[in-house]
Design a protein around this ligand. Structure first.
Ligand code: PMP
Length: 361
């Protein structure tokens, strides 16, 4: 068998081995068709099963109520940064955002093209090392927007902010969708680029409450309206069939682990292993995120010097632990331990880091 490493990249990221193997097995002849899924019409009955199967799994795993639509779109989460204001804006009402990092900022900037944007809370004063508390959204907002997990900084919302009843909450869950149990009814819109926690790049999952589909101005281009895609069950045009298929396989794997409930327990154990190491290292490893804002998915930390950081990343790679260099805005190291990262991978990283500290302090 080909050698596999432990892959800690922030995204695209590691996928479940069982999903990759199944795709490999079905690559040349999908279910007896004599064709690859990549070669089959998106209107075929074989693909229809994949498409519906993927959506059904999202609905089942996240317990999505019937009055929400599940959409598979293209253009990445970055496209939703403008589709959200475009689809949810309301004359004379501000669009309210929380700024918890680079991805929030990009969403805020796109919102600004559509009208009045208000940033109601920010953690920029401390290089986004925490999630603001006591966030207050206005009653008159067209929508509220948060980034659930800040991939670059390693911070995550553990309690959702209160939002006035009439204001839909839009949430970027690109780097933590399905990492823990969430009540979807708290959100008007949930969106996530698939390439971190549920599949490969090329598809974006959007979960939107039906009543919100009606807000968009009629004269909006068809592809930019959620309503268009909802009406055609994400088959308005040729979608990213292969990426949706890979999402289905990866969600089947997740279901086998006990669904979101099951993975939440594993994710908490995985994160604890690394945070405990950081906390017990006498300051050799220093976490970027404040303790109550720590992410379950992206663990960010620094070493005493940039030289040691570089050495650590390099030696980790020599030991089959790949993708640990931190993002330039935080520096240091980042271990992305998404749903598909097995606990053995995290244990192996922790053993390596322990040894690295012994050898280098
Ligand atoms: N939001 C978050 C939280 C992200 O981590 C990323 C990608 N790293 C994006 C949005 C942008 O996603 P995409 O590349 O799919 O546009």
């Amino acid at each position: 068998m080909t050698k596999r490493v432990y892959n800690f990249y922030a995204g695209p990221a590691t996928l479940p081995l069982s999903a990759l193997k199944k795709a490999q097995k079905e690559l040349l002849d999908f279910k007896g068709t004599g064709m690859s899924l990549m070669e089959i019409s998106h209107r075929s009955k074989e693909y229809a099963e994949v498409h519906t199967g993927a959506s059904d799994l999202v609905r089942e795993l996240m317990k999505i109520p019937d009055d929400y639509k599940i959409l598979w779109l293209q253009g990445g989460a970055s496209t939703q940064f403008y589709m959200i204001p475009l689809n949810l804006q309301q004359e004379g009402k501000p669009m309210e955002y929380v700024n918890t990092g680079a991805w929030s900022k990009k969403a805020i900037k796109e919102g600004g093209f559509f009208g009045d944007v208000k940033v109601v809370a920010s953690s920029e004063d401390k290089n986004f090392s925490y999630i603001p508390k006591n966030i207050q959204f206005g009653d008159n907002a067209a929508f509220a927007h948060i980034t659930a997990n800040n991939t670059i900084y390693g911070t995550e919302f553990h309690n959702w902010p209160k939002v006035p009843a009439e204001v839909p909450l839009a949430c970027d869950m690109s780097s933590n969708i399905m990492d823990k149990v969430v009540d979807p009814k708290q959100f008007g819109v949930i969106y996530a680029g698939a390439q971190k926690n549920i599949g490969p790049s090329g598809v974006t999952l959007v979960i939107v409450r039906e009543d919100l589909l009606e807000r968009v101005p009629e004269n909006t281009p068809a592809m930019q309206k959620w309503k268009t895609h909802a009406a055609k069950d994400s088959l308005f045009n040729t979608g990213p069939c292969w990426a949706i298929y890979m999402c289905k396989l990866s969600l089947e794997h997740l279901k086998g682990l006990g669904g979101v409930n099951g993975i939440e327990k594993i994710n908490r154990e995985k994160a604890k292993l690394i945070y405990d190491l950081i906390d017990k290292s006498d300051g050799f490893f220093k976490g970027h995120a404040e303790v109550d804002s720590r992410s379950l998915m992206n663990v960010t930390f620094n070493l005493p010097t940039p030289e040691l950081e570089e050495k650590c990343v390099k030696e980790a790679a020599q030991n089959g632990l790949i993708g640990l260099k931190g993002h330039r805005s935080v520096g240091g190291m980042r271990a992305s331990i998404y749903n598909a990262m097995q606990i053995e991978g995290v244990q192996s990283l922790v053993n390596f880091l322990n040894k690295f500290q012994e050898d280098n302090q």
